[in-house]
Design a binder for this molecule. Structure first.
Ligand code: CP
Length: 328
């Protein structure tokens, strides 16, 4: 089966094709048209770690293609709570469903699960590893935002900031950007939360100019996209939790965009952003600002995930043959 486990397995041709299918999915995602192309198909949506967007948007995307969804949320609601292995769970569930989306706290666990099944498996996040569907919707969003403002991806300047060590969305995004012509990529993280070296190396080998900095208090007026991430404290050791305090200098807020960036700079974040006191990954003072693209990102997640299902399940050439207008 074709799986979507890591950006490592994606080619530029596949991504271009996926985005073409995504465009054709948009009228369905926007509830202007209806298709039943996956009628009778069942998705297993297996989430062993908290999620709002990935879990619900994959569920919604599969339903909008006419399929139905079985889900299990958390270890306590599956027989893994009784000690069942990933292998047995995978063999059993692949007899019940036609595709699987899985999130799990352990690095490599989704690939281990996929090795035991004959249905397509999509990695919805494996611990600090990867989150390929998020990177695809992020890049789709960047392309759409650039189209709107008349900007090209080659030569663009992207600033990735926050927890670049544990943030799996930025790992997948940096790998995905390596498929594209040279850009400038600036990485800004608090000490100890830097992007893994091998991912920087790969981006540089792809021709990108990568710069690492430890502060947002600088001139970023030529930055086109600021991509902020949440500090992933749930992945810290106890020692790191006790020793860590984040200075407000790392806050992406209205003052940062106004004073350090330009009027065209787009602010993105995979979400969730942390709204608790002391957290400052992406300030709510940007709500309502047209530069804030976070809810355009979440909206784009539906057609991108519909296109992922259509390409993995082989219906990308047939889904729009019998589209009907929405009657409600
Ligand atoms: N962006 C993302 O993966 O969000 P959830 O954790 O809510 O799925």
């Amino acid at each position: 089966s074709a799986h979507l486990l890591s950006v490592d397995n994606l080619s530029r041709d596949y991504v271009d094709h996926l985005f073409h299918v995504t465009r054709r999915m948009e009228p369905i995602a926007q509830r202007q048209k209806i298709t039943r192309v996956l009628e009778g198909a069942v998705l297993g949506n297996l989430f062993f770690e908290a999620s709002t967007r990935t879990r619900m948007s994959f569920h919604s995307a599969f339903s909008r293609l006419g399929g139905s969804v079985c889900d299990t949320t958390g270890f306590t609601f599956s027989s893994m709570a009784k000690g069942e292995s990933l292998y047995d769970t995978s063999r059993v569930i692949s007899g019940y469903v036609d595709a699987i989306v899985m999130r799990h706290p352990d690095l490599g666990s989704v690939a281990e699960f996929a090795a035991a099944t004959h249905v397509p498996v999509i990695n919805g996040g494996d611990g600090p590893g990867e989150h390929p569907s998020q990177a695809l919707l992020d890049l789709y969003t960047i392309n759409k935002e650039f189209e709107r403002i008349g900007k090209a991806l080659p030569g663009a300047h992207l600033l990735l900031t926050g927890d670049l060590k544990y943030g799996r969305t930025v790992h997948s995004l940096l790998k995905l950007l390596a498929l594209y012509p040279p850009m400038q990529i600036t990485l800004v993280s608090p000490p100890g939360l830097e992007m893994p070296f091998e991912l920087i190396d790969r981006a540089e080998n792809a021709g990108h100019r990568v710069q690492q900095r430890d502060t947002l208090q600088a001139d970023y007026s030529d930055v086109d996209v600021v991509y902020a991430t949440r500090i992933q404290k749930e992945r810290f050791t106890q020692e790191m939790v006790e020793g860590f305090s984040l200075s407000s200098d790392f806050s992406v807020d209205r003052a940062f965009l106004d004073q350090r960036c330009s009027t065209h700079t787009i602010a993105m974040h995979p979400l969730p952003r942390d709204s608790r006191p002391g957290a400052n990954d992406l300030n709510v003072d940007l709500n309502g600002d047209p530069r804030l693209a976070i809810f355009r990102q979440t909206d784009n997640g539906i057609p991108v995930r519909m296109a992922i299902f259509a390409t993995l399940m082989g219906v990308e050439d047939t889904f729009d043959r019998n589209l009907r207008d929405v009657g409600w």
